[in-house]
Design a protein around this ligand. Structure first.
Ligand code: ADP
Ligand code: MG
Length: 360
């Protein structure tokens, strides 16, 4: 029956609150993978190997050869707000990484089964730990299991199983396994372009041939050729811009871009944007760069652009969104304008005839 007046307000269960919050950080297998890849890179890895089952919904495993995690840190590893990357409030403005909130592993542990095997250089064996809801997993009810010694190489292997097992609606909202897998490959491809010194390998579990494989000492143009093909790489131009500020303040920034000339004409724009080495989105930057090509490409044709922008971490607003994808930064307008000018200059210097052709 319909009650008279309002219903009582009740407190949500802690575990439910955590799950909801985690679902905002981890949208799908590819967003979990992005967080994990960033952790591998932060740990100084030169090799990152990913294994995927069912588009990452059944299994997502990522093995690196980075610095590893100390045995003593394992009990709090998957707690919220535990991080080795930020210790005081003033660090918040200084660190150059976005992944500073200690939320990724915690979030994953609330929506999936998480297992970590890790070994630092000084430890004689590796340690294995499983997590559930932010804590070491319970082997028997009420009894958490300590990390177990095991064999393993230097570095860290993170295994995520049954993503969203406790969020059936989220699970059913995901696309097919092949669609999720292609999103995973897309994230890895972009990080491989940005990190040509790191070897990336990605394969489906049980399959011998990797779907993505890069060497560890490549270059950006070579990586673009390998991963995006000759039709793009043979038309690439390169440009660097920077703004130095004598005080080393928020005015100092630098940018590097690899972008196609007028001979390359795609149906949609391919835009890879890294800010301070994190793959992000900026619709304003994208729109401005599209504008640069207005007089260069015929209508309905679009370029490939890879842009890496390094700015003072104090001027990036990373708290805008929990996924940290769309970012805002200080002096955005001025920086965008300078970058667009530089691209246009390079494009017109090499393509006088083309530009003239389309302007008449
Ligand atoms: P954050 O990256 O924001 O610190 P995470 O939840 O992603 O938070 O990771 C928590 C901590 O776990 C990191 O600060 C780091 O110390 C450690 N860690 C996670 N992944 C790795 C890895 N692949 N190699 C070494 N340390 C790692
Ligand atoms: Mg992280």
């Amino acid at each position: 029956h319909e009650p008279d007046g309002p219903l009582p307000i009740r407190r949500l269960q802690e575990s439910l609150i955590n799950r909801i919050a985690a679902g905002e950080v981890i949208h799908r297998p590819a967003s979990a993978l992005k967080e994990l890849v960033e952790n591998c890179l932060d740990a100084g890895s030169t090799s990152i190997r990913v294994t995927v089952k069912d588009g990452g919904m059944k299994l997502l495993q990522i093995q690196d050869n980075g610095c590893g995690i100390r045995r003593a840190d394992l009990p709090i590893l998957a707690e919220r707000f535990t991080t080795s990357k930020l210790s005081t409030f003033s660090d918040l403005s200084r660190i150059s990484t976005y992944g500073f909130r200690g939320e990724a592993l915690a979030s994953i542990s609330h929506v999936a089964h998480l297992t970590v095997v890790t070994k630092t250089k000084t430890e004689t064996c590796a340690w294995k730990a499983s997590y559930s809801d932010g804590k070491l997993a319970e082997t028997h009810p009420g009894q958490t299991s300590d990390p177990k010694p095991c064999a393993g190489n230097d570095g860290t292997t993170i295994t995520i199983e049954d993503l969203f097992y406790n969020m059936p609606t989220r699970l059913s909202a995901l696309r097919s396994a092949s669609e999720e897998y292609s999103r995973i490959l897309d994230v890895l491809t972009k990080y491989a372009i940005h990190n040509p010194n790191v070897s990336f390998v990605c394969k489906k579990a049980g399959s011998a041939a990797p779907d993505l494989s890069t060497p560890s000492s490549s270059s950006t143009p070579r990586a673009i050729r390998m991963l995006y093909g000759h039709s793009i790489s043979k038309e690439l131009l390169h440009s660097e811009v920077s703004n130095s500020d004598d005080d080393g303040g928020s005015e100092s920034w630098s940018a590097e871009a690899h972008f196609t000339n007028a001979n390359y004409q795609a149906k949609r724009i391919m835009f890879l944007l890294f800010i301070n080495h994190r793959l992000v989105e900026s619709s304003r930057m994208k729109r401005a760069l599209e504008g640069v090509y207005n007089g260069i490409l015929p209508k309905g044709s679009f370029p490939f652009i890879y842009l890496s922008l390094t700015i003072d971490p104090r001027s990036v607003d990373v708290n805008v969104h929990p996924t940290k994808k769309e970012v805002y930064f200080l002096n955005e307008e001025a920086i965008v304008e300078r970058i667009c000018d530089a691209l246009l200059q390079t494009l017109t210097a090499k393509n006088h005839s083309r530009v003239f052709e389309y302007q008449t």
